[in-house]
Design a protein around this ligand. Structure first.
Ligand code: AMP
Length: 162
């Protein structure tokens, strides 16, 4: 067998053993990196004919931190208007990505890393797509949410760079 035939056979064998992704989850913080991740997630979903879902986690840590005692009164109203804004951005992004089913678009509340991981487990996600970085600078190889997800995900993770 020639080297070329062997290489072709190797490629065929490895493709046969790769199961296609069925449930792809895009986690977005609406940053430029996450926007790029959205384009990749759409491409991957089209390639594998997978279901694409979208999640944003509203991190309420700052609102409920005791350091900010003076804003305690206002925090519920503030949380509501921030969540409304997030809902709107999610709806716009879902539209851009062609995600029509509202059940596939979720605004969740909590710590982003832990919430994304448990959402992925509950929904049998087999690929999580995130930006390599988000809103908190570029100084590290991966942002803290991205690296937390890579370390604890129950499935493959694609980190997308700009
Ligand atoms: P970071 O690790 O914070 O630099 O963000 C890296 C990527 O993680 C972003 O580009 C998003 O894809 C995702 N991400 C960060 N924060 C959130 C969040 N609150 N909700 C959903 N995805 C997030």
């Amino acid at each position: 067998m020639s080297e070329e035939t062997r290489a072709t056979k190797r490629n065929q064998d490895s493709e046969e053993h790769l199961l296609p992704y069925k449930q792809i989850l895009l986690a977005t913080d609406f940053s430029a990196h996450a926007r790029r991740a959205g384009q990749r997630a759409r491409e991957m979903a089209d390639k594998y004919q997978a279901r694409l879902s979208l999640v944003h986690v509203f991190d309420d840590f700052i609102l409920y931190d005791d350091f900010y005692e003076p804003v305690v009164e206002e925090r519920f109203a503030l949380q509501q208007s921030l969540q409304d804004a997030a809902e709107q951005q999610l709806a716009t992004l879902a539209d851009e990505l062609g995600i029509e089913n509202t059940a596939d678009v979720r605004l969740l509340v909590g710590s982003p890393k832990a919430t994304i991981i448990s959402h992925a487990k509950e929904h049998d996600i087999d690929l999580i797509v995130v930006g390599s970085h988000g809103r908190h600078g570029l100084e590290r190889l991966l942002g803290s949410v991205a690296s937390g997800i890579v370390n604890s995900a129950p499935c493959d993770v694609l980190t997308v760079r700009l």
